[in-house]
Design a protein around this ligand. Structure first.
Ligand code: 1CP
Length: 370
């Protein structure tokens, strides 16, 4: 496929992610393409979720929906896909059950069942297995025509292993806790294998046209500080340390790297030293405290309104935005902040209330003369 793309008309998020001073904070939200949008349901129709991910035409259409609806208000697109495509590439079956979420009919049970050995020894070709993602990225870059940059992503090794072992979403984490506390060495071996696949997968997304990448560690907060240091941190760091040299080897320029270790507020200080450019904060962080913890390290923070505020009144949305603008010290700093929610936007939010959130960010961060 032809990889020449139109020049960017809006590169705000890229400049901000590299730590530069910018005219206003860039904005995007996690899960900005998805179930809260009526046009998402319309375009998805009766297609299965993973069928949409595998069809570059549908995936790019869904990616563009929030860019079109909120034109001029948001500053990045994120490719429509899912973190669970890596377990699929590793040979596991994953289904998306309507209104319930992901389901693995054959999750990993114990390291001595045959499946673990099989997964460990399988030579996974992410270039071939996930070719449809790269095609979707390249097509989306074409369709974006330089309007905003495109974010690629993957799940963090810890979060992916949670799904592979639990077999889906969970509140108890019984199976994965059994793994880390009963079979720590086998757990680490598998986390390492997943980390290597993540590096290659992200590098190939960049080759296809992704201009920033984000690693989603949605279940980081299920670990204790000590177990985070053993089962999440080393693998997040591995990705941040190995992606830039891999890009160089492939003759590609570096891209800003974002990490979102949801719930791991206690680890922020360490997360600053892992090699990422941007750290996504959930809403458990107070922005003032987070800015203090970062100190003079060259880290950009992303976040972090409680997505639940979008169910509230416009007055609550305004107040939340005012608190964030103040907390991230925007007026004084003019750098170090990418606006997002503290987690993905949830179903049943009225998209017009999200528009109001975006408008309030623009209004309350406007610089004189702009
Ligand atoms: O707009 C975007 O953000 C791009 C698309 C995107 C992304 C970045 C989707 C589409 N999924 C993801 C990442 C993802 N998938 C994460 C990390 C972010 C997060 O924590 O929210 C996780 C944990 C998943 C796994 C997943 N996929 C869940 C969570 C289930 C659980 O354990 O609670 C669910 C419900 C999905 C399905 C899914 N993925 C994406 C969409 C739009 C949907 C809903 C599908 C539908 O019902 O139509």
């Amino acid at each position: 496929m032809d990889h020449s793309f139109a020049p960017l008309k809006n590169d705000l998020i890229i400049r901000a992610a590299w730590g530069q001073k910018v005219e206003r904070p860039p904005i995007w939200v996690m899960r900005q393409a998805g179930r809260y949008l009526p046009e998402y349901h319309q375009a998805k129709g009766t297609h299965d979720f993973f069928e949409c991910c595998r069809d570059p035409e549908i995936s790019s259409t869904l990616t563009l929906q929030p860019i079109e609806r909120f034109a001029g208000l948001i500053d990045a697109a994120i490719i429509f896909s899912d973190i669970l495509v890596i377990p699929q590439a590793m040979g596991m079956t994953v289904e998306m059950v309507d209104k319930k979420g992901p389901h693995f009919p054959n999750p990993l049970r114990t390291p001595d069942d045959g499946q673990y050995a099989e997964v460990m020894k399988r030579d996974v070709d992410v270039a071939k297995e996930l070719d449809y993602v790269y095609k979707a990225i390249t097509l989306t870059r074409k369709k974006l025509d330089g309007r905003v940059p495109l974010i690629g992503f993957c799940g963090a090794p810890w979060t992916l292993l949670c799904y592979m072992v639990e077999g889906g979403g969970t509140k108890m984490f019984k199976e994965i806790k059994t793994w880390i506390y009963k079979y720590p060495e086998e757990t680490k071996a598998l986390l390492q294998k997943i980390s290597e696949l993540c590096v290659e997968y992200l590098a190939l997304q960049v080759k296809a046209g992704a201009q920033l990448v984000q690693v989603f560690d949605s279940w980081a907060g299920e670990l204790s500080p000590s177990s985070f240091n053993k089962f999440s941190q080393p693998y997040l760091a591995y990705i941040a340390q190995h992606l830039p040299p891999r890009l160089k080897e492939m003759g590609l320029e570096p891209v800003p790297m974002i990490v979102f270790p949801k719930g791991a507020w206690y680890a922020l200080n360490h997360v600053c030293d892992m090699g990422y450019n941007v750290i996504g904060l959930d809403w458990l962080h107070s922005p003032e405290e987070a800015v203090k913890i970062v100190g003079d390290r060259p880290i950009v923070l992303q976040g972090n309104a409680d997505p639940g505020v979008l169910y509230g009144s416009h007055a609550s949305i305004t107040e939340t935005v005012q608190e964030m603008v103040k907390g991230f010290g925007w007026a004084e700093r003019k750098q170090g902040w990418i606006v997002n929610l503290g987690h993905g936007i949830t179903p049943f939010v009225n998209p017009e209330d999200l528009r109001f959130y975006f408008q309030e960010i623009h209004r309350l961060t406007k610089t004189e003369g702009q």
